[in-house]
Design a protein around this ligand. Structure first.
Ligand SMILES: [Zn+2]
Length: 276
């Protein structure tokens, strides 16, 4: 069974045809990004100025024109960074015996392998889930504070954002962080007292206070945690409305599919012993 569903933010495909004794079902989220080059306004201009992506009125950044080579390098790096952080890092455990399959002798309940595919091509060439502006910074420019609609060429280059409590640098993947927002995730500490809803959720503490949270991709790092499985859990929940094998939609809950950071093979179902 291969079932697809289109969401506003991405497409989802559930594939149980791949299920085997040691192979779980796949749930692939596909995000089609349309990238829009933001170039200096006049072709003969050496550089132009733009406002910082995140904070209007902050010091301006200097941008230069994209070259075809830099542009294709950027797209390649973007896909590599995003998929290396998000693709195939999480599983959802099948707590309610859904999507059962059989081999010659046994019946199994597969878990779900969470995959992400990023398609990044030029804005206007097809129907995209999101159009994102991308600037190429002048070599002397200050760093650009990206957001999910405004990236720079530096967003695909890993850098050390902060130091952890032992003074070790924390590598951060900016583009992967911003794609996390496009998947529906908020900052790692959103909802905690120091980052309450209704306050400035872009404030520093929202990016994590503990080492573990600062290292999360939705903090200032590039690791994933159980909470980052939410887009896949939610997609399954919504798919239950049209896929009977996912169980009664009215009873579907997010935690029917508990996230895991480790592979767990399909669960062999107990066989009913015939009574004689
Ligand atoms: Zn953010």
């Amino acid at each position: 069974m291969k079932i697809s569903k289109a969401f506003r933010a991405f497409d989802a495909e559930l594939d149980t045809d791949v299920c085997r004794k040691r192979t779980n079902a796949d749930l692939t989220l596909t995000l089609r990004l349309g990238l829009h080059q933001q170039n200096p306004r006049w072709a003969d201009q050496e550089y132009d100025v733009v406002f910082d992506g995140n904070v209007r009125g902050q010091p301006i950044r200097h941008i230069v024109a994209w070259t075809p080579e830099e542009w294709s390098t950027f797209k390649r790096r973007l896909i590599r960074q995003v998929e290396s952080v998000w693709n195939g890092k999480l599983w959802l455990l099948n707590r309610k015996d859904r999507l059962l399959f059989k081999d010659d002798t046994d019946t199994y309940a597969p878990n779900i392998y969470c995959k992400l595919k990023l398609i990044a091509d030029d804005a206007g060439t097809r129907n995209h889930h999101q159009v994102v502006n991308v600037v190429r910074l002048h070599s002397g420019s200050e760093p650009f504070r990206a957001n999910s609609l405004n990236l720079s060429d530096r967003s695909v280059i890993q850098y050390n954002s902060k130091l952890d409590s032992r003074g070790h640098p924390i590598p951060h993947a900016v583009a992967a962080h911003e794609i996390g927002h496009l998947l529906g995730l908020n900052h790692v500490d959103f909802g905690k007292p120091h980052c309450a809803a209704g306050t400035d959720t872009g404030a520093d503490p929202c990016y994590g206070v503990t080492d573990e949270d600062m290292r999360n991709v939705m903090g200032g790092g590039m690791q994933v945690s159980l909470a980052n499985a939410f887009p896949w859990q939610r997609a399954l929940l919504m798919m239950a409305e049209t896929v009977p094998a996912l169980g009664p939609a009215s009873q579907a809950r997010l935690d029917d599919w508990a996230p895991s950071l480790h592979y767990v093979p399909p669960r062999k179902m107990a066989v009913a012993v015939p009574t004689s």
